[in-house]
Design a protein around this ligand. Structure first.
Ligand SMILES: CC(C)(COP(=O)(O)OP(=O)(O)OC[C@H]1O[C@@H](n2cnc3c(N)ncnc32)[C@H](O)[C@@H]1OP(=O)(O)O)[C@@H](O)C(=O)NCCC(=O)NCCS
Length: 162
């Protein structure tokens, strides 16, 4: 018989440099060993005031990181933010944590945007298309597959007003 995990309250906050090692391990769990080098490189800007800063949100239960999502400004087009590294630990999936992280990332993008509207974009693997579509993302443009993926990714956008 499967055991239900106790429902500890969910907390979502901005990641700090101290979270980096735990986030790299979560990235490897969610996306495979080949994601390690990219995570080690990209996560260096967490909490740093640099131009290409990764704005990382982490979800915690009992002060343990169980999920993450990152936003990075797309400097090729104004008020556009790339959502990536959306992952929830396997044993906590299906409890709405991914949804909270994506919704909070959109709210974070609104605070980063200086104008009246903006866009969060992402590239989704086929297996997650239904997930992001039900969260309001739209799009059909196909792009090359991610590392270790066999099928193309699809570029999705979420247009928002602040
Ligand atoms: C995709 C992921 C982040 C979803 O996180 P989660 O916390 O399990 O998602 P939620 O609990 O918020 O899901 C909300 C709803 O979407 C559904 N859902 C979850 N993953 C889905 C998927 N891949 N496709 C379709 N529906 C999905 C859930 O069943 C749930 O439905 P319900 O409300 O009817 O019960 C998680 O499965 C994950 O970490 N996957 C591995 C990494 C990955 O592929 N990340 C995305 C690429 S950036």
């Amino acid at each position: 018989m499967s055991q239900r995990l106790p429902m500890a309250p969910l907390k979502i906050r901005r990641a700090t440099p101290e979270d980096t090692l735990a986030l790299i391990e979560l990235a490897v769990e969610a996306f495979g060993e080949s994601a390690r080098a990219i995570a080690e490189d990209e996560f260096q800007t967490i909490g740093q005031a640099v131009r290409c800063q990764l704005h990382m949100l982490v979800a915690l239960k009992d002060d343990v990181i169980i999920g993450m999502a990152s936003l990075c400004e797309n400097y090729s087009y104004i008020d556009t933010y790339c959502l990536a590294w959306v992952a929830v630990k396997k044993e906590h999936q299906g409890q709405g944590i991914g949804t909270s992280l994506v919704r909070d990332s959109i709210e974070l993008a609104k605070t980063l945007t200086e104008r009246k509207h903006g866009c969060v974009m992402l590239v989704s693997a086929d297996r997650n298309l239904a997930y992001y579509t039900q969260l309001g993302f739209k799009g059909q443009t196909q792009i090359h597959p991610y590392i270790d993926e066999t099928s193309n990714g699809t570029i999705l956008t979420y247009i928002f007003k602040t």
